[in-house]
Design a protein around this ligand. Structure first.
Ligand code: HEC
Ligand code: HEC
Length: 286
């Protein structure tokens, strides 16, 4: 059997199997998960994007102009954790994310970008506009397309480098205004002795406790309390006396107190080397 027909046959088998057992949505995912089947037929010509989409059972073709606009935004706000090509770092590989693969209209990804998952290490980016969030999501979808075309799915390498002395200098210049290695961060090298855990904490410390927020109501009153629920549709605020109030999010203004603002401001500044150097340095603080 020729190489091309072998590839086509296995892809056809894969897609049929998936469609029968899981329906079209799962077909997209399983097509991605099956790495050996990701190579395009060697002789596929013509409209490459369209062909590989049909071949892989993917959804719509990503909008390249939007993806281009999204690229610098992704590099600035997301790459430090998800890797420059979204293949993962201390945050998950987005090209394998079921949430991303299912998100035909960029709604889910947009929501994750806006609110983050502060409890599990993903900050929200409430200052990005809806259009910017859409462009970033489109950039990620475009990366999936490129990866599918090239047939390369790789985990990004783990950390092996880092220079503690350079990390110390970076710390003095960028961190010492809020932290001290003999004060609040004393013994931090014992607390996070695993380099990956340390790197994750430096990039984005875990948010402790509930979020405080101020809500401006439709009639102009300002209420402050604990954010019990917050998404694009509904917001619930609990005030100090325990009363909960709920509004449609579109009708109010929500300002969330951000004690990790300093860390958010640093995200676009780190290079990989900076993070590795800092990690090496803080690991020595026993
Ligand atoms: C400080 C690190 C960090 C930054 C910066 C960051 N993320 Fe994340 N992201 C994470 C982590 C950690 C998770 C996993 C959270 C969880 O397990 O719920 C995550 C999860 C996600 C998910 C959900 C994946 C899934 O399968 O559930 C998406 C989508 C995502 N991030 C997109 C982005 C985008 C787009 C940006 C930039 C606007 C960004 N992230 C910035 C750390 C980060
Ligand atoms: C503007 C202030 C500010 C700056 C600048 C800042 N941080 Fe933080 N950092 C915080 C706050 C606030 C927390 C959360 C502390 C808490 O919740 O107890 C934190 C938490 C951390 C933690 C987790 C500590 C723990 O015990 O879990 C580490 C590690 C950390 N920062 C490292 C750094 C490094 C490294 C830099 C410089 C690259 C830096 N921070 C810059 C304010 C800052």
């Amino acid at each position: 059997m020729s190489r091309t027909s072998a590839v086509l046959l296995s892809a056809a088998g894969l897609l049929c199997l998936s469609v029968i057992s899981f329906g079209p949505h799962m077909a997209r995912v399983s097509a991605h998960m099956q790495e050996p089947n990701l190579q395009r037929p060697q002789n596929a010509r013509g409209n490459g994007a369209e062909r590989s989409h049909i071949f892989l059972g993917l959804g719509r073709i990503p909008d390249e102009a939007a993806a281009k606009r999204g690229e610098p935004l992704f590099k600035q706000s997301c790459a430090v954790c998800h890797g420059a090509d979204a293949r993962g770092g201390i945050g998950p590989n987005l090209l394998r994310s079921v949430l991303v693969l299912h998100d035909d209209k960029n709604e889910e990804v947009s929501q994750v970008i806006k609110n983050g998952r502060p409890q599990s290490g993903m900050p929200g980016f409430p200052n990005l506009t809806a259009e910017e969030r859409n462009d970033i999501a489109e950039y990620v979808q475009h990366q999936i397309e490129l990866a599918a075309n090239r047939g390369l799915y790789k985990y990004s390498g783990t950390m092996s480098s880092g220079d503690a002395a350079k990390g110390k200098a970076f710390f003095a210049a960028n961190c010492a205004s809020c932290h001290s290695t003999t004060g609040d961060l004393a013994g931090i090298g014992n607390k996070f002795s695993d380099p990956t855990a340390m790197l994750a904490r430096i990039a984005w410390p875990r948010d402790r406790g509930p979020r405080q927020a101020t809500v401006t109501t439709p009639d102009g009153r300002k209420l402050t309390g604990t954010l019990a629920h917050y998404d694009d549709f509904e917001t619930t605020l609990k005030s100090a006396d325990g009363t909960a109030s709920t509004w449609p999010t579109s009708a109010i203004k929500v300002e969330i107190a951000d004690k990790l603002e300093g860390h958010r401001a640093l995200l676009p500044k780190y290079t990989d080397d900076d993070l590795h150097n800092l990690t090496r340095y803080l690991l020595t603080i026993k």
